[in-house]
Design a protein. Structure first.
Length: 289
């Protein structure tokens, strides 16, 4: 175990050092993507640059930004092995609709390395509020950097997140940053699969209470998408979160989608899931423009 922890620390330090020597911005074609570029983007963690995949429309002009955000894990080993995210299905869907798309890898994950900013702590005292705000800080850093590029508009930004990334975009919405037009939470939350068990949350009442805290200040329109067979955040818990968010003053549109062949938690990036969410997202974006 000591060797594993030492290896993780060394890997994180190497990623941090590499980021410190590199310059932010485009680094070339992203491996394994169609038309994606590999970028380095400043993070909230000093000296740490987030690995990111960027997709750009081919025509000239300035375009609104869509930022797609990955999930997370309390396990250091799982986070260390995270690949740089690309989300090709959802990224190309937004790209085809005239968005510049950025998919950042947040600090504490994979080759981005650095300190983990989203630790939820123990089940007995789970800090879901802090975990969400930690993710939101990284998402905001990506937005700030990308909207300063000449080909990206400063308004009309849409934040999309899967699992812990979905929780992060709700936290971001609670801050109402300038230029953020909408947040789309796909299978979002924290504390799922407690003790490795499906349909078991670490501290569900704390999760609902944190959703209410986000909703109390959020004025950005939010769309909540969950599948009926999500083993991390089943329908009853997902609806409790959305109701708490809305009752506190947030603007929440909740949609429960049919069960997927596999675990519905993979809603965002499965072809089956995309067929279900695409018309709902298109309708939602038409309303918030």
């Amino acid at each position: 175990m000591r060797r594993i922890i030492a290896g993780l620390a060394a890997g994180a330090a190497l990623a941090c050092a590499t980021s410190a020597w590199a310059q932010p911005g485009p680094q070339g074609a992203a491996a394994g993507t169609e038309g994606g570029e590999f970028w380095l983007i400043p993070s909230p963690e000093p000296g740490v640059l987030m690995r990111a995949t960027v997709y750009r429309p081919q025509q000239p002009g300035a375009f609104p930004l869509a930022v797609i955000n990955h999930g997370s894990d309390q396990s250091d080993i799982q986070r260390f092995n995270y690949a740089t995210p690309t989300y090709p299905i959802s990224a190309h869907w937004f790209l085809a609709r005239g968005y510049v798309v950025v998919v950042p890898q947040r600090p504490g994950h994979g080759e981005t390395g650095g300190r983990y900013l989203e630790d939820q702590g123990s089940c007995e005292n789970a800090d879901y509020l802090g975990a969400g705000l930690g993710a939101a800080a990284s998402i905001q850093a990506a937005i700030d950097y990308m909207t300063a590029r000449p080909f990206v508009r400063r308004d009309g930004t849409v934040a999309i997140g899967q699992s812990a990334g979905g929780w992060g975009v709700l936290a971001l919405a609670s801050r109402n940053p300038p230029g953020l037009a909408a947040a789309i939470n796909v299978a979002g939350g924290r504390g799922g699969h407690s003790d490795g068990k499906p349909d078991s949350n670490c501290a569900p009442d704390r999760l609902v209470a944190a959703a209410a805290r986000f909703g109390a200040t959020a004025r950005v329109p939010t769309l909540w998408l969950y599948a009926r067979n999500d083993s991390y955040f089943p329908p009853a818990l997902a609806q409790r979160m959305a109701l708490a968010f809305g009752a506190a003053g947030g603007r929440a549109e909740f949609r429960l989608l049919p069960a997927l062949t596999d675990d519905g938690h993979g809603l965002l990036e499965s072809a089956e899931g995309a067929a279900a969410w695409e018309p709902l997202v298109a309708e939602f974006l038409r309303k918030v423009k």
